[in-house]
Structures are given as C-alpha cells and as structure tokens.
Design a binder for this molecule. Structure first.
Ligand SMILES: [Zn+2]
Length: 180
C-alpha cells in the first residue's frame, strides 16, 4: 500500500507513490474546485485519497474481491480509493474513464455525504455525478441492447449491470430534482 505523502491540498491527505504526487495533486485540486463550484460551498472535514497500484491493494481496502469493472469508490468514513490512470484504462469498460473523472465523481459523493449526512437515495447520489460536465453518459453497445427491455424507474442497485441500464434515467431524474 502506498504511504501518506506531503501535499499542499488542505482538503484531503493523499497516499500514492512519491513519483505521482505532483500530477495527482493537480488532478485532485481541479476535481475539488469543480465540486466546490457545483455545490456552491466548501466542505469542512478533510478526507483521504488512496491511489492503488494493483487489484489486490484495492480489494484489501474494499474488504472483499471487487468486480472487474470497479475502479473507484468512496467510503462513509471519507476515504476515496482509486486506481492510477493506467489501471483505470485497463479495467474500466468506459474508454473515456480517467483519474480526473473518477476523482470528480468520488469527491462529489464526499460533498454529498458531508452536506446531507447520507449516501441515500442512490439514484440521486449517482445521478448527480452523471450531469454534464461530470460524466456525460454515453451509451455503449451493450447498454443499447439492455435498454430495449422495460424502462427502469426509481430502482437502483449497486450491481454494475443495473447501474449501466439505469444511468440515463438517473441523470435525468437528478437533473430534474436539482435544477427545477
Ligand atoms: Zn458513484
């Protein structure tokens, strides 16, 4: 597991390889500022960012074997865990996936949790992160096939398949809930 490194971030501490500190700090700062603008406020409690360099490190923190597509998550105790870019590209089924996008997404969850005190309801939590310019949702061929089935409503599961099937609806629902 990479050790805690010195940074000038202020809002979070960082565990990563020494050679990655500068680049990852820049990405984290941009992702934090992005969310500060999105929510229109600062959050008070510093959080943690851990960058993993192998699936084993990632699974050790998760506490079990993770699905192959999972490349980042945020815990209730305020820890964001992500792979470095090269491994995100290797594992994430979305070819546009990056560390910048992952940190914008997970830091959005940290803001949500610190402002609201919960990660529920999941459709709103995940829906917020699908709003442009976070991760405008692009359908992959598999999603298009799945979407020909019955339309999903306010059902959400952290199961990857259900998420990808519902993502376009989560986005529209979260947009309606927050912008209208
Ligand atoms: Zn999420």
């Amino acid at each position: 597991m990479p050790e805690k490194v010195k940074t000038d971030l202020g809002f979070a501490d960082l565990q990563c390889r020494k050679s990655d500190v500068g680049r990852i700090s820049r990405i984290a700062k941009a992702a934090y500022s992005f969310n500060r603008r999105f929510f229109g406020k600062e959050i008070k409690k510093p959080f943690h960012i851990i960058i993993c360099y192998s699936r084993k490190e990632f699974d050790d923190i998760w506490g079990a074997e993770t699905d192959a597509w999972l490349t980042g998550f945020a815990t209730k105790t305020g820890t964001i865990v992500s792979f470095r870019d090269d491994l995100i590209r290797k594992y994430n089924p979305r070819k546009e996936a990056t560390l910048a996008g992952t940190l914008r997404h997970e830091i959005n969850h940290i803001f949500y949790f610190q402002i609201y005190g919960s990660y529920e309801p999941a459709w709103l939590l995940e829906g917020l992160t699908l709003q442009p310019p976070f991760e405008p949702f692009t359908l992959m061929e598999n999603d298009k096939k799945r979407l020909k089935g019955p339309l999903p409503h306010l059902i959400y599961s952290t199961n990857g398949k259900t998420f990808f099937k519902q993502a376009p609806f989560l986005y529209s629902m979260a947009f309606l809930a927050t912008r209208h």
